[in-house]
Structure formats: C-alpha cells, structure tokens
Design a protein around this ligand. Sequence first.
Ligand code: NAP
Length: 300
Amino acid sequence: MWRLAWVSLTVLLGAVAAGVYWSYDGFDPGSLRGATVVITGCSSGIGEQMAYQYARLGAKILITARRENRLKEVVAKAKSLGAQEAHYVAGDMGKAEDCERTIQRAREKFGRLDYLVLNHVGSSRPKLQEKLLSGTAWDQDPDIDTDYFVDFLNVNLVSYVRLASLALPLLKEGSGRIVVISSIGGKIPFPGNVMTYYCSAKFALDGFFSSLRVEVMKAQQDVSVTLVILGAIKTQNIIDYVKNENIVKSAAPVDEAAMAIVRGGATRAREVYYPSYTWPITLLRALLPQVLDNIVINNT
Ligand SMILES: NC(=O)c1ccc[n+]([C@@H]2O[C@H](COP(=O)([O-])OP(=O)(O)OC[C@H]3O[C@@H](n4cnc5c(N)ncnc54)[C@H](OP(=O)(O)O)[C@@H]3O)[C@@H](O)[C@H]2O)c1
C-alpha cells in the first residue's frame, strides 16, 4: 500500500517537473517592445492574429497581403492595440517585384529588421477553393496541369525563399529571426489534389530553411530560423472548407496559435509544434512510417 503511494507520488512529481520544464521557454514579452517585424499573409487568419499579438507587445509591424482594404483595417486595429508603428504593403508575393517592395519598405520605415515572419498561403489561380471543396485525388483531377503546380510552388515556396534572401542582409545586421509557418502537412503526407501540392511546398520549406539554419550556424552568423508546425487552427478557411466536422470542432483557437508562434520566434526555438499533438505524430512518421501511412489512409 505504502509502496504504491510512493510510486504514484513519484510519478506525479515527475510529470509535474516534466510539464514545468517543457512549458518554460524563457519568453520575455518585453523583448518585443520596439522590435521591427515583417509578417506576410496578414489580411486574414493566423497572420492577422499575429499582427495583433505583436501589436499588443508594442512592436513595430509591416504587414502584407493582396487585399488592401483588409490590410488598412488590420493596421488601424494594430495601432489601437498598442503597435508602436504599423504599415502595410499591398502586393502579390508570387511576384518578385512585390517581395522586393516589401523588404525595401521595411528598410525605409525601420532601418533594421528583427523578425521576418513568413506565413502567407494561397494561389494566383482562381480555382483553389473549388479544388479544396471537390477533394478529388491528384491523378483524377480533370484540370490537372503542371502550370497550376508551378504557380502554387511559386507563391508558397519560392516567394518564402525570395523574401528570406532579400531580408537576410538586414537580419544579419541585428541578430534577426526568420519564422516560417509550416504545417503537419510539411512533416507527414496527405492524399488529395490540393494536399499533394500543399505537402510539396511545406516539405520543401523544411528542406530549405533547415539547411539555411545550419548554414548560418556554420558561418557563426547570429540569425535564427524557427519552423512552425501547425495542426488544425480554427480560421475561416478551416470552417468554410474542411468537411470533417470533428476536425473543425477540435481545431485550436487562432489567437493562441498566433501567440505560440510569437513566443517561438522570440525564444529562437528551432521548431514549434502547435497544438502539441503535432509533435508525436511527426515522431511516429520518423520511427514507424508505414504505421503512420496506414493511419493517414484510414482517416482521410
Ligand atoms: N489554418 C490552419 O488550420 C493551418 C494549419 C496548418 C498550417 N497553416 C498555415 O498557417 C499559415 C496561415 O494560414 P491561414 O489559415 O491563416 O490562411 P488564410 O486565412 O487563408 O490567410 C492566408 C493569407 O495569405 C494571403 N495570401 C494568399 N495568397 C497570397 C499572395 N499570392 N500574395 C500575398 N498574400 C497572399 C491572404 O491574403 P490575400 O488573399 O489578401 O492576398 C491571407 O492574408 C499558412 O502558411 C498555412 O499553411 C494553417
């Protein structure tokens, strides 16, 4: 009886100690006051909420997306929440000149750059949402075409690399941070036409930015790279386009997701897993890929 009580107490204390250890990340909210931050994809969803979280902490932000009317609203709200400065660039990140304009504007407005947060997701082609709704397999998609795929990779992969390359000189000047928003779809495979495109872009982001991380470390340059692996987050897109009600119901709150990303960037975390279930799923693929494949097949 006493032995059982001791074992239970030891296990409980061990669990509490592990919880405290894992949740302590050394985050100092004051470190964001006056920090200069460029965030892409801020006219809706997680990007919009990140703009508000950085604003509440007193950062200077420059946000981008294509819908100028929405960007104006987000800038106004960010200022009312406490942003020291808030600016926007309306542009298509699939276009090289708009990426250049974004980093150039940051240089003009701030003179330095502490954070580059790469978050946008989309396509220049009109049919993306129809494709999401259809849910057809990649090889059965009637208008499957390589141009569509090239466009998707241009917006969701090439532009990330382009923006990081343009910003790197500024980031190097001031021990900056690159924060890349990826997904569980960048660590494990999913079937379906759009998901194959999406996984291609997100897996490739891991490849490029993990390589960049070791490159800057090898060169002893003080720039950190944080890769963020997100599970389902309750944005309007998830509510509108995901058919599985359980996924929609259990999706994590968007403001909490945004804060987890802000914390991860500030503490220079190597990778951020949010919600936490994304980490064991990633681990399962590394250890037992066939088991993971079967789980995906039976649940999608
Ligand atoms: N929501 C989730 O459950 C979830 C899960 C895993 C990972 N993620 C990742 O989290 C990030 C944000 O996703 P979200 O759900 O917040 O998406 P969202 O609500 O659709 O927002 C996407 C943002 O990207 C912008 N955008 C799209 N195409 C663009 C382009 N060509 N040029 C410039 N901006 C463009 C959109 O603005 P405009 O249309 O105005 O240009 C919008 O502001 C993405 O990287 C996504 O992969 C999300």
